[in-house]
Design a protein around this ligand. Structure first.
Ligand SMILES: [Zn+2]
Length: 122
């Protein structure tokens, strides 16, 4: 009698452990892609904020210097930026000489781009 009750309480059965592991696996399968996507969206938003910031600085430069800056390096050497802004995902910024519009070399980072990877938009 005593031995039976002890063996019944001696821990989890293999089936119970397998169920718990399966539940944890399902939760991971749901959570991991969402976390990865959130990081990508955050880097894209940071890049778009950089672009807006650069464009407003270009407007200021044009008002004061009466010419458009040729590159970001010009803005740094003229004292408008302490350091050159960089894309969080490693893209490079180019300044359009006509209208001063800034674009990132990663197509999804320009403000007019529509995300095609998930279709969720912004
Ligand atoms: Zn970018």
């Amino acid at each position: 009698m005593r031995i039976r009750t002890q063996s019944a309480r001696s821990g989890f059965t293999l089936i119970e452990i397998m169920i718990v592991v399966a539940i944890i696996g399902m939760l991971m399968a749901i959570a991991v892609p969402n976390i990865a996507k959130a990081g990508k969206t955050a880097r894209r938003n940071a890049c778009m904020a950089n672009i807006k910031n650069i464009e407003s600085v270009i407007e200021q430069y044009k008002l004061e210097q009466r010419t458009a800056p040729a590159s970001l390096g010009v803005l740094v050497s003229a004292g408008y930026f302490k350091t050159e802004p960089t894309c969080p995902e490693g893209g490079t910024y180019t300044i359009s000489p006509e209208d001063g519009e800034v674009t990132c070399s990663i197509p999804a980072h320009s403000s007019s781009a529509i995300t095609t990877t998930d279709g969720a938009g912004q």
